[in-house]
Design a protein around this ligand. Sequence first.
Ligand code: G3I
Length: 352
Amino acid sequence: MNKIRRFGVLMLLALAVIFGVAFYGSTQLANNNLRALAKQRGISIGTAVQMQVLRNDQSYRDLLVRHFSKVTPEYEMKFGPLQPERDRFDFSAADGIVAFAKEHDQEVRGHTLVWHESLPNWLTEGKWTRDELITILQQHIKTVMGHYRGQIGVWDVVNEAVAEDGNSLRDTVWLQKIGKEYIEMAFRFAHEVDPQARLFYNDYGGEELGKKSNAIYALVKDLRQRNVPIDGVGMQMHVGIKNPPNLEKVAANFKRLNQLGMEVQVTEMDVKISDGSGTIMQRLTAQSEVYRNMMQVCLSAQNCQGFSLWGVNDRYSWLPRFLKKPDAPLIFDELSRPKPAYEALLEVLKKS
Ligand code: G3I
């Protein structure tokens, strides 16, 4: 009898150790996992993805699934890729991203229905009347949002419609041919297709109080006052260590948008370091502080529920191509290794 009792006790001890280790391991995983920590703080953390890379790079996929609960197609869901010829829609690449997100319980940000870039040649080269272009706009929005209804809950309906200096609307084909009403039309068309979707205006350079953010504030205030269905403002947050955003001014901007009943999301954050000074380690430390501070602003704001980066790791960032010089703007390096910015986000998310 004693032998059996001893064996039973040993078995119980062994099970306790196994479960203890498993629990510790899962806690550690959660503790080093942006996605789980962000969820505990009530926000989603996302990033931009490229279908081509998703197909071919395992470390990219692993990072994406482990650390991000939301994905934004970096290019595949724009006007040109989706409607390369008039009335011919190609959803294949975008559907691949949506399917991947669904498989990994990730939300998708629809990006973007109306922009002045990545438009197909048939649209930019066409000689359209106002009514013809309104019809094109309406058909694109209805077809795309209809295709994704129930799969995509938040859309960047209009992207970068305000001029950089904040003095006017950006001079685009939409403004030239339709007039400023195109913005209101886009939101109303979008809401008609999917009344459940949250509809955003998305822009860069309007994160903190200033001329451009004042123009964006005036735009969305006017839309809200005329009962145009708009739910939030996307703050792209393409910033740098040389002139990092002023925390108080960003927080004040988020607050005044909250008073309008608008949600805000950080939608495309990256922090360039090539324009900074100092050693690489000093630059990466400065970069980590910008990420930490912006996450803290989002966590502290009543109306900031989403925080997205613009890329999974430095290897696939758009910025070096755009700047035509090396840079390392994201939180994982060229080889998918964590950088100080990743550690900074972990720390700020762990604080209660
Ligand atoms: O995939 C095609 C390829 O098939 C073709 O051979 C090649 C020929 O040029 O083009 C490839 O597409 C490129 C695409 O990125 C995918 O890599 C486009 O040329 C290129 O213009 C496109 O750049 C994207 C840019 O938006 C324009 O759509 C960037 O990756 C993307 O990071 C950038 O993201 C924007 C946001 O949407 C809005 N906010 C600013 C942000 C940075 O500009």
